[in-house]
Design a protein around this ligand. Structure first.
Ligand SMILES: [Zn+2]
Length: 283
Protein backbone atom coordinates (compact mmCIF):
# COMPACT_ATOMS: atom_id res chain seq x y z
CA UNK A 1 0.00 0.00 0.00
CA UNK A 2 1.34 3.39 -0.89
CA UNK A 3 1.68 5.62 2.12
CA UNK A 4 1.39 9.41 1.91
CA UNK A 5 4.82 10.15 3.42
CA UNK A 6 4.85 13.74 2.26
CA UNK A 7 1.36 14.38 3.59
CA UNK A 8 1.29 17.69 5.50
CA UNK A 9 -1.11 16.44 8.20
CA UNK A 10 1.14 13.46 8.91
CA UNK A 11 4.16 15.73 9.21
CA UNK A 12 2.33 18.02 11.66
CA UNK A 13 1.32 15.09 13.89
CA UNK A 14 4.71 13.38 13.72
CA UNK A 15 6.35 16.64 14.86
CA UNK A 16 3.83 16.91 17.72
CA UNK A 17 4.60 13.35 18.83
CA UNK A 18 8.33 14.09 18.83
CA UNK A 19 7.82 17.36 20.72
CA UNK A 20 5.23 16.00 23.23
CA UNK A 21 2.45 18.45 22.44
CA UNK A 22 -0.87 18.15 20.60
CA UNK A 23 -2.51 19.87 17.66
CA UNK A 24 -5.86 21.66 18.04
CA UNK A 25 -8.26 20.10 15.51
CA UNK A 26 -11.29 22.36 15.38
CA UNK A 27 -14.66 21.08 14.11
CA UNK A 28 -16.12 23.87 12.00
CA UNK A 29 -19.54 24.40 10.45
CA UNK A 30 -19.19 27.75 8.73
CA UNK A 31 -16.79 30.36 7.33
CA UNK A 32 -16.38 31.96 10.74
CA UNK A 33 -15.10 28.67 12.17
CA UNK A 34 -12.55 28.34 9.38
CA UNK A 35 -11.31 31.91 9.85
CA UNK A 36 -11.27 31.70 13.66
CA UNK A 37 -9.18 28.51 13.53
CA UNK A 38 -6.62 30.03 11.18
CA UNK A 39 -6.45 33.42 12.92
CA UNK A 40 -6.17 31.76 16.35
CA UNK A 41 -3.36 29.45 15.23
CA UNK A 42 -1.55 32.30 13.47
CA UNK A 43 -1.78 34.45 16.61
CA UNK A 44 -0.23 31.61 18.66
CA UNK A 45 2.22 30.47 15.95
CA UNK A 46 0.66 27.01 16.23
CA UNK A 47 -0.01 24.39 13.58
CA UNK A 48 -3.69 23.46 13.39
CA UNK A 49 -6.36 21.43 11.68
CA UNK A 50 -9.77 22.33 10.35
CA UNK A 51 -12.32 19.52 10.68
CA UNK A 52 -15.48 19.31 8.59
CA UNK A 53 -18.21 16.71 8.99
CA UNK A 54 -19.92 15.01 6.05
CA UNK A 55 -22.79 17.34 6.95
CA UNK A 56 -20.80 20.12 5.27
CA UNK A 57 -20.82 18.09 2.03
CA UNK A 58 -24.57 17.58 2.23
CA UNK A 59 -25.18 21.23 3.05
CA UNK A 60 -22.85 22.97 0.61
CA UNK A 61 -21.53 20.20 -1.66
CA UNK A 62 -17.82 21.06 -1.74
CA UNK A 63 -18.37 24.80 -1.13
CA UNK A 64 -17.19 24.98 2.46
CA UNK A 65 -14.40 22.44 1.89
CA UNK A 66 -13.09 24.43 -1.09
CA UNK A 67 -13.16 27.63 0.95
CA UNK A 68 -11.44 25.95 3.92
CA UNK A 69 -8.77 24.33 1.70
CA UNK A 70 -8.05 27.67 0.04
CA UNK A 71 -7.72 29.49 3.40
CA UNK A 72 -5.59 26.68 4.87
CA UNK A 73 -3.12 26.93 1.99
CA UNK A 74 -2.90 30.71 2.37
CA UNK A 75 -2.35 30.57 6.17
CA UNK A 76 0.95 31.77 7.66
CA UNK A 77 1.24 28.61 9.80
CA UNK A 78 0.73 24.95 8.77
CA UNK A 79 -3.04 24.32 8.65
CA UNK A 80 -4.62 21.22 7.11
CA UNK A 81 -8.15 20.11 6.25
CA UNK A 82 -9.64 16.89 7.64
CA UNK A 83 -12.99 15.18 7.08
CA UNK A 84 -14.20 13.91 10.45
CA UNK A 85 -16.46 10.87 10.95
CA UNK A 86 -17.03 9.94 7.31
CA UNK A 87 -19.52 7.12 7.91
CA UNK A 88 -20.09 5.90 4.35
CA UNK A 89 -17.91 4.88 1.42
CA UNK A 90 -19.63 7.61 -0.65
CA UNK A 91 -18.64 10.35 1.82
CA UNK A 92 -15.03 9.09 1.94
CA UNK A 93 -14.70 8.84 -1.83
CA UNK A 94 -16.32 12.21 -2.52
CA UNK A 95 -13.86 13.87 -0.13
CA UNK A 96 -10.86 11.88 -1.39
CA UNK A 97 -11.65 12.72 -5.01
CA UNK A 98 -12.22 16.43 -4.30
CA UNK A 99 -8.56 17.33 -3.83
CA UNK A 100 -9.55 19.51 -0.83
CA UNK A 101 -8.63 17.24 2.08
CA UNK A 102 -5.28 16.28 3.63
CA UNK A 103 -6.80 13.57 5.84
CA UNK A 104 -10.05 11.68 6.36
CA UNK A 105 -11.49 9.80 9.30
CA UNK A 106 -12.92 6.58 7.93
CA UNK A 107 -15.52 5.84 10.61
CA UNK A 108 -16.99 2.40 10.04
CA UNK A 109 -17.49 1.84 13.76
CA UNK A 110 -21.25 1.41 13.26
CA UNK A 111 -20.51 -1.94 11.55
CA UNK A 112 -19.53 -5.03 13.48
CA UNK A 113 -15.84 -5.56 14.13
CA UNK A 114 -14.90 -7.65 11.10
CA UNK A 115 -16.83 -5.49 8.67
CA UNK A 116 -15.39 -2.35 10.28
CA UNK A 117 -11.88 -3.76 9.66
CA UNK A 118 -12.44 -4.82 6.05
CA UNK A 119 -14.21 -1.60 5.04
CA UNK A 120 -11.55 0.48 6.78
CA UNK A 121 -8.78 -1.36 4.95
CA UNK A 122 -10.40 -0.90 1.55
CA UNK A 123 -11.13 2.81 2.09
CA UNK A 124 -7.70 3.48 3.62
CA UNK A 125 -6.14 2.14 0.42
CA UNK A 126 -8.42 4.39 -1.64
CA UNK A 127 -7.32 7.45 0.38
CA UNK A 128 -3.62 6.55 0.38
CA UNK A 129 -3.62 6.20 -3.39
CA UNK A 130 -4.62 9.86 -3.43
CA UNK A 131 -1.99 10.94 -0.87
CA UNK A 132 -4.52 11.37 1.94
CA UNK A 133 -3.83 10.30 5.55
CA UNK A 134 -6.41 8.11 7.30
CA UNK A 135 -7.81 8.00 10.82
CA UNK A 136 -10.05 5.22 12.15
CA UNK A 137 -11.94 4.34 15.31
CA UNK A 138 -11.93 0.73 16.52
CA UNK A 139 -14.17 0.82 19.59
CA UNK A 140 -17.33 2.84 19.61
CA UNK A 141 -16.79 6.29 21.14
CA UNK A 142 -20.11 6.79 22.85
CA UNK A 143 -22.50 9.64 22.27
CA UNK A 144 -23.46 11.92 19.41
CA UNK A 145 -22.01 15.09 17.97
CA UNK A 146 -23.65 17.90 16.00
CA UNK A 147 -23.45 16.84 12.36
CA UNK A 148 -22.69 13.15 13.06
CA UNK A 149 -25.30 10.40 13.09
CA UNK A 150 -26.26 9.67 16.67
CA UNK A 151 -24.96 6.22 17.46
CA UNK A 152 -25.44 6.70 21.19
CA UNK A 153 -27.69 3.66 21.41
CA UNK A 154 -24.79 1.40 20.45
CA UNK A 155 -23.00 -0.02 23.43
CA UNK A 156 -19.76 1.76 24.20
CA UNK A 157 -16.79 -0.49 23.63
CA UNK A 158 -13.34 0.32 24.90
CA UNK A 159 -10.38 -0.38 22.65
CA UNK A 160 -8.05 -3.22 23.64
CA UNK A 161 -4.53 -3.96 22.40
CA UNK A 162 -5.49 -6.79 20.03
CA UNK A 163 -8.12 -4.65 18.41
CA UNK A 164 -5.72 -1.73 18.11
CA UNK A 165 -3.12 -3.99 16.44
CA UNK A 166 -5.65 -5.33 13.97
CA UNK A 167 -6.60 -1.77 13.03
CA UNK A 168 -2.99 -0.79 12.56
CA UNK A 169 -2.67 -3.73 10.14
CA UNK A 170 -5.33 -2.15 7.89
CA UNK A 171 -2.72 0.48 7.06
CA UNK A 172 -4.29 3.47 8.84
CA UNK A 173 -2.11 6.37 9.96
CA UNK A 174 -3.99 7.50 13.06
CA UNK A 175 -6.12 5.72 15.64
CA UNK A 176 -8.91 7.17 17.80
CA UNK A 177 -8.99 4.83 20.80
CA UNK A 178 -12.02 4.54 23.06
CA UNK A 179 -10.85 4.70 26.69
CA UNK A 180 -13.85 6.25 28.41
CA UNK A 181 -14.11 9.33 26.21
CA UNK A 182 -17.58 10.39 25.06
CA UNK A 183 -18.79 12.62 22.22
CA UNK A 184 -20.78 15.67 23.20
CA UNK A 185 -21.63 16.30 26.85
CA UNK A 186 -20.30 14.12 29.64
CA UNK A 187 -23.27 13.00 31.73
CA UNK A 188 -23.72 13.04 35.50
CA UNK A 189 -20.98 10.39 35.80
CA UNK A 190 -18.49 13.06 34.77
CA UNK A 191 -15.23 12.56 32.89
CA UNK A 192 -13.78 9.11 33.71
CA UNK A 193 -10.86 8.18 31.49
CA UNK A 194 -8.93 4.91 31.65
CA UNK A 195 -5.38 6.29 31.40
CA UNK A 196 -3.89 2.85 32.16
CA UNK A 197 -5.57 1.51 29.05
CA UNK A 198 -4.35 4.49 26.99
CA UNK A 199 -0.75 3.83 28.07
CA UNK A 200 -1.12 0.10 27.31
CA UNK A 201 -2.39 0.95 23.83
CA UNK A 202 0.44 3.41 23.34
CA UNK A 203 3.00 0.75 24.26
CA UNK A 204 1.31 -1.71 21.90
CA UNK A 205 0.93 0.41 18.75
CA UNK A 206 2.19 3.91 19.55
CA UNK A 207 5.24 3.55 17.33
CA UNK A 208 3.10 2.62 14.31
CA UNK A 209 0.22 5.11 14.51
CA UNK A 210 -0.57 8.49 16.03
CA UNK A 211 -3.43 8.81 18.54
CA UNK A 212 -6.43 11.11 18.17
CA UNK A 213 -8.59 12.31 21.06
CA UNK A 214 -12.35 12.60 20.47
CA UNK A 215 -14.82 13.89 23.06
CA UNK A 216 -13.01 16.73 24.82
CA UNK A 217 -15.93 18.76 26.13
CA UNK A 218 -15.02 20.15 29.55
CA UNK A 219 -11.43 18.86 29.52
CA UNK A 220 -9.02 20.99 31.55
CA UNK A 221 -5.26 21.38 31.38
CA UNK A 222 -4.57 18.49 33.77
CA UNK A 223 -6.69 16.01 31.80
CA UNK A 224 -5.24 17.17 28.47
CA UNK A 225 -1.73 16.83 29.83
CA UNK A 226 -2.41 13.23 30.87
CA UNK A 227 -3.87 12.50 27.43
CA UNK A 228 -0.78 13.97 25.73
CA UNK A 229 1.36 11.81 28.05
CA UNK A 230 -0.60 8.81 26.78
CA UNK A 231 0.26 9.64 23.17
CA UNK A 232 -2.56 11.92 22.01
CA UNK A 233 -1.32 14.33 19.32
CA UNK A 234 -4.55 15.42 17.57
CA UNK A 235 -7.23 16.81 19.86
CA UNK A 236 -10.68 17.29 18.36
CA UNK A 237 -12.50 20.35 19.71
CA UNK A 238 -16.10 21.13 18.87
CA UNK A 239 -18.54 22.62 21.37
CA UNK A 240 -15.96 24.72 23.21
CA UNK A 241 -15.36 26.82 20.08
CA UNK A 242 -18.74 26.69 18.37
CA UNK A 243 -20.79 27.70 21.38
CA UNK A 244 -19.33 31.20 20.97
CA UNK A 245 -21.06 31.44 17.59
CA UNK A 246 -24.39 30.48 19.11
CA UNK A 247 -23.89 32.99 21.94
CA UNK A 248 -23.12 35.79 19.46
CA UNK A 249 -26.31 35.05 17.48
CA UNK A 250 -28.34 35.60 20.63
CA UNK A 251 -26.68 38.93 21.42
CA UNK A 252 -25.63 40.81 18.30
CA UNK A 253 -28.03 43.07 16.37
CA UNK A 254 -26.41 43.40 12.95
CA UNK A 255 -25.18 40.73 10.61
CA UNK A 256 -21.65 42.11 10.29
CA UNK A 257 -21.55 42.68 14.06
CA UNK A 258 -22.62 39.09 14.64
CA UNK A 259 -20.14 37.61 12.18
CA UNK A 260 -17.20 39.62 13.48
CA UNK A 261 -18.06 39.07 17.16
CA UNK A 262 -18.50 35.32 16.62
CA UNK A 263 -15.25 34.99 14.67
CA UNK A 264 -13.34 36.97 17.28
CA UNK A 265 -14.73 35.00 20.25
CA UNK A 266 -14.07 31.69 18.50
CA UNK A 267 -10.54 32.83 17.66
CA UNK A 268 -9.84 33.62 21.33
CA UNK A 269 -11.05 30.13 22.28
CA UNK A 270 -8.77 28.54 19.64
CA UNK A 271 -5.84 30.55 21.05
CA UNK A 272 -6.60 29.24 24.53
CA UNK A 273 -6.52 25.65 23.23
CA UNK A 274 -3.16 26.27 21.53
CA UNK A 275 -1.81 27.19 24.98
CA UNK A 276 -3.48 24.21 26.67
CA UNK A 277 -2.09 21.76 24.11
CA UNK A 278 1.39 23.33 24.18
CA UNK A 279 1.37 23.75 20.41
CA UNK A 280 1.93 27.50 20.85
CA UNK A 281 5.13 28.62 19.09
CA UNK A 282 5.56 25.26 17.33
CA UNK A 283 4.80 26.54 13.80
ZN1 LIG B 1 -15.36 12.30 17.05
Amino acid sequence: MSSPQRNKSKQILDAAAAGKYAIPAICVYNMEGVLATIKGCEAKRSPGMILLFPWAQQYSSLGLATFAAHCAKAAKVPITLHLDHAQSAEAVKMAADSGCYDSIMVDMSHYDKEENLSRTEELARYCHERGIAVEAEPGRIEGGEDGVSDTGELEAMMTDEDEARRFVETGIDWLAPAFGNVHGKYGPRGIQLDYERLHRLNRAVGKDVRFVLHGTDGFDEEILSKCIDGGMVKVNINGAVNRHWVAAVKKEGTLTGLIEKATNDMQKEVEMWCSLLKSEGKA
